[in-house]
Design a protein around this ligand. Structure first.
Ligand code: BTN
Length: 238
């Protein structure tokens, strides 16, 4: 397997995008430091030394409508990786992994596809491992080091994660979507809970009932009406 290791890069996702058209499937880009780490919704992703910042290039031969489900396998792979280190974690829709309610991992998927063909997908995963967290994130984020009270070798986390990602990706390629979604729901931090969803148009409150096969969140609003949410942030804080 091809692994491109960089000491410093703007963003492993950006680097991956640059090479993806001519790159083989499965290539991983990993960097010690990202100078312009990106989060969802144009946010900055703090990426100093000590964390695991990586992207994987995939070229699944599936209909583009199945792409939203790829973030589920990434989140599952992270949960399973953390479990190997004795850490119990939960998934917050659409793609955060939390430990004790604090974010330990973020996932950013980007892709190029047409109506009926996928050219490539880039799954970018950022896991706080031994890195320092910026002051302003201390209340809402955590790291493996903070949870365990000691450092774990980054390479161990990396190897485990790749193994789990490969395993999950095989399930995905087999079309075992229900099984994947079932396990995702088992680890969900929000299903059955009262949540606030922050979308570009404002806020909706209700109970998170389910995730549908397309990855949309089904919310039962306080007035009883069900709504499907495709894009937004979930807050469990009131
Ligand atoms: C989020 O929670 O908003 C997503 C964060 C994704 C961060 C990872 S780190 C590796 C890859 N490269 C990036 O620039 N972002 C992703």
């Amino acid at each position: 397997r091809k692994i491109i290791y960089l000491q410093e890069v703007d963003s492993t996702n950006e680097f991956a995008k640059g090479i993806a058209p001519q790159e083989e499937e499965g290539t991983v880009i990993v960097a010690d430091i990202q100078t312009k780490g990106k989060g969802r919704k144009l946010r900055v992703w703090s990426s100093p030394k000590g964390g695991l910042w990586m992207s994987i290039i995939l070229k699944p031969n599936v209909h583009p409508k199945h792409l939203t489900k790829l973030v589920f396998i990434s989140a599952l792979a992270v949960v399973e990786t953390l479990a190997e280190f004795g850490i119990e974690s939960k998934i917050k829709w659409p793609n955060d992994v939390l430990v004790g309610g604090k974010k330990i991992c973020g996932i950013l998927s980007e892709g190029k596809y047409s109506e009926n063909r996928v050219e490539y997908v880039i799954l970018g995963l950022g896991i706080n491992v031994n890195n320092e967290l910026p002051k302003e994130l201390k209340d809402t984020a955590t790291s493996i080091r903070e949870v365990l009270g000691f450092e774990v070798p980054l390479i161990d986390v990396f190897k485990k994660l790749i193994g789990k990602l490969d395993k999950e990706y095989l399930q995905y390629l087999k079309g075992n979507y229900e099984e994947i979604l079932g396990r995702w729901k088992m680890y969900s931090a929000i299903i059955g809970k009262r949540v606030r969803i922050i979308t570009d148009d404002g806020e909706i409150a209700g109970v998170a009932i389910d995730i549908d096969e397309n990855g949309a969140l089904i919310l039962k609003q306080n007035n009883g009406v069900l709504e499907r949410i495709y894009y937004g942030d979930v807050s469990l804080r009131f």
